[in-house]
Design a protein around this ligand. Structure first.
Ligand code: ADP
Ligand code: MG
Length: 705
């Protein structure tokens, strides 16, 4: 959809001048009543209730059909039975309405019949160029228009958080929670079944929205991973995107013919897509909210150096631990700061970070300490901890904290710990936009989310994987295999790797022992010999691989390997024995490809060897990706230190490995017909050597075509 019409769309949906409520009802227990009630309560534009009875509802004259409405209608909100929705949309189309929210349930969520109904609705909408939100959703809220076009019983407070949710029920809970926490919304969207408008459209709208500072999303799946990543990347340059992703999709990645297939759980593709596009992924609802509070209420920290001001030693230590666990560091104060603290705080206080203002600290003492550390250039953010002690004046301290914070451009986060005793302070902080957390560890983690986001938004997109000059040739090889009906590619798979610039060992396929000997002689010994058969997936498991074969043993090894294969599976079709140059040196790693139908081609990296499926020490990225993504992939696995060289070993050629990873990512994105691919192992030489050599490859092709 072109840019301009998207802006128009956003306007019709979030800031319409007139709204028709189709299925408006005078019965308070009906959705059509709650909708009209909320709209009437919040919206100052024209409201047209539409109802077959045509009687007045909530004091508004109503219409039998949208076509009876005289003026223009920007937005229609539909809450009629599912079976009537298509007809209603058709009427909206004829009326020239461009945006429709379908609240009605009874569609895809109900099974195949509902899906058919949903498709019909969509077809009608397309005919008129209508964009549809829903069906089966709660509606939308825009607090600056203002309009509350939902049937939720809680109102949204005005603020800077844009939220979209695939669960309507969660929407109401969040509105309720946010009210309690003092969190305000700019826009609020219940996505429903995402028949038409989906997360990608709203990422664009939220990015453009001046009232939005933070974007939150609760998602159960992505409609189009590529589009999501593109939009998310663009959005996060301007504002943070926090996603809570639930639901484990059945993504058809179970075909366990490859290690990659077995290791890429249903969530791996999502995780990769989020990482690559700079999304902050919350693991729990708690994190989603905790982080959003910090982003919404406080300025971004310029770095990760944190000061702690506390009136109790224990919680100060807890905060320090939490900060360090989260990856943040305690700021070290300047001599001037320490001096000032020393002069003005009681002698028993701690003048270093964490600053302990002691249990009897009055609000003024807190204020002094806070002002002093905020002034220190080595401090980016402050966590203020308060425990209710005998002398503690909770509310007055909250006031001093919020005043100090408002005078500074630095991030101030509070953890007033306790229950009833600290409640007045909590209220004060909430009303003055100081994010307060029940525990210092949550405060530390929320601050870390901010620091992490700052890194993500500054991250330079690396050099993208280069296009392959030999793509056409590779394509020919792959199509020839598919025409033959091959599901598993034979040794041609090595040719495809070579065409993509990945080094493979010298090799030849032998049909007889004598041929094998001749080939081994020409390659030069010792060699590696392997059975080639589409039925044998793990060749060494069945005695189908012999390494380090000296030239005089090639012929009997040939016979032995073929015999082993026959014994394992008499019906196996043996295409021959591959005689390969023996790659003596190098560490073994695995590079694989699998696919998620929604998110895209997924590349996996891990240390090779037999234990990869047990250790699950692997990393994933969506293809194609950049060199810097490939580098992150290598760094991310726990075993990456092994590649960097431990105990005097020479470091491996990480640059060459990064190059192989980006090339495989290009291959994966060039050929959707390659369902799965395992290069296991790739041998990585020490830096300054031969680079990487792919000694085993397995490719599973899509059938048909
Ligand atoms: P499979 O994975 O089907 O058992 P591979 O071709 O991966 O068969 O061979 C098994 C192991 O043999 C590899 O993991 C690797 O350690 C070793 N190997 C295979 N080919 C070579 C080679 N050309 N040079 C050195 N080692 C090899
Ligand atoms: Mg292998």
């Amino acid at each position: 959809m072109p840019e301009e019409s998207k802006v128009g769309m956003s306007d019709s949906l979030f800031s319409p001048r007139s709204v028709a409520v189709i299925g408006a009802s005078g019965h308070p227990e009906k959705v059509g009543y709650a909708l009209l009630f909320n709209i009437k309560k919040t919206f100052t534009g024209r409201i047209y209730p539409v109802n077959p009875a045509g009687e007045d509802i909530l004091g508004l004259p109503s219409f039998k059909s949208v076509s009876d409405i005289k003026g223009d209608v920007d937005l229609a909100v539909v809450a009629v039975p599912a079976s009537a929705v298509a007809v209603v949309i058709d009427e909206c189309g004829r009326k020239g309405i461009k945006a429709v929210i379908v609240i009605s349930a009874g569609f895809k969520e109900m099974g195949p019949q509902g899906l058919t109904a949903e498709e019909e609705v969509l077809m009608v909408a397309k005919k008129y160029g209508i964009r549809v939100l829903g069906p089966n959703c709660l509606g939308v809220i825009d607090t600056s228009t203002p309009i509350n076009a939902t049937f939720a019983s809680v109102a949204a407070r005005r603020g800077n958080v844009a939220f979209m949710s695939q669960s309507g029920a969660l929407c109401s809970a969040i509105l309720d929670w946010a009210g309690k926490e003092g969190l305000g919304f700019s826009k609020f969207v219940s996505l429903g079944n995402k028949a038409d408008l989906n997360e990608n459209d709203f990422l664009e709208m939220f990015e453009a929205d001046k009232n939005t500072r933070v974007v939150l999303a609760y998602l159960e799946g992505l409609i189009d991973g590529g589009a999501f990543m593109k939009n998310a990347r663009s959005l996060i340059k301007k504002k943070p995107l926090i996603v809570l992703k639930a639901g484990r999709t059945e993504s058809g990645m179970k075909a366990a013919a490859s290690h990659t297939g077995a290791l890429a759980g249903a969530d791996a593709a999502y995780e990769a897509a989020f990482r690559q596009s700079g999304v902050l992924r919350a693991d729990t609802e708690e994190e989603l909210f905790a982080w959003s509070k910090a982003f919404s209420m406080q300025p971004m920290p310029k770095g990760g150096k944190v000061a702690v001001v506390t009136n109790a030693g224990g919680p100060g230590i807890l905060a320090t631990d939490a900060l360090e666990t989260a990856g943040l560091s305690l700021a070290s104060f300047s001599a001037e700061t320490i001096n000032r603290l020393q002069k003005n705080l009681p002698p028993a206080a701690n003048f270093h970070n964490p600053v302990d203002v002691l249990g009897d600290a009055a609000p003024e003492r807190y204020r002094f300490a806070l002002d002093t550390v905020l002034k220190d250039e080595g401090v980016d953010a402050v966590i203020v901890i308060l425990t209710p002690q005998m002398m503690t004046k909770v509310e007055e301290t909250a006031k001093q904290v919020s005043e100090a914070a408002s005078k500074s451009k630095k991030t101030v986060i509070a953890s007033f710990m306790g229950g009833a005793l600290i409640a007045p302070g909590e209220t004060y902080l909430r009303e003055h936009q100081i994010p307060n957390y029940e525990f210092p560890s949550t405060a530390a983690k929320s601050l870390m989310a901010m620091v992490k986001y700052d890194m993500l938004r500054r991250r330079e997109p690396g050099k993208p994987a280069p296009a392959c000059q030999n793509k056409d040739k590779a394509e020919k090889i792959i199509s020839a295999c598919r025409k033959r009906g091959d599901v598993v590619m034979g040794p041609e798979a090595f040719d495809v790797l070579s065409l993509y610039g990945i080094e493979t060992p010298k090799m030849k396929l032998a049909q007889t022992a004598a041929e094998a000997k001749k080939m081994a002689d020409s390659i030069g010994g010792p060699v590696v010999m392997k059975i080639v058969s589409p039925e044998i997936i793990h060749k060494s498991d069945v005695g189908g691989v012999a390494v380090n074969v000296s030239l005089d043993r090639v012929e009997d090894t040939f016979d032995r390997i073929v015999l082993n294969a026959r014994n394992y599976l008499p019906s196996a079709q043996v295409q021959g024995v591959l005689v390969q140059e023996m790659i003596q040196e190098g560490k073994e790693v695995i590079v694989g490809v699998s696919r998620d139908p929604h998110v895209g081609p997924l590349v996996m990296f891990g240390l090779g060897g037999t234990y990869v499926e047990v250790l699950k020490d692997v990393s994933f990225r969506i293809a194609p990706f950049s060199e810097s993504d490939a580098r992150d992939m290598v760094d991310e696995i726990r075993g990456s230190r092994i590649l960097k060289g431990v105990r005097g070993e020479p470091p491996s050629d990480i640059d060459a490995l990064v190059d192989v990873l980006t090339k495989i990512s290009r291959l994966a994105s060039d050929f959707p017909q390659v369902l799965e691919l395992d290069v296991n192992p790739v041998k990585v030489f020490p830096a300054g050597g031969r680079g990487c050599v792919a000694v085993d490859v397995r490719v599973i092709l899509a059938q048909g075509g």
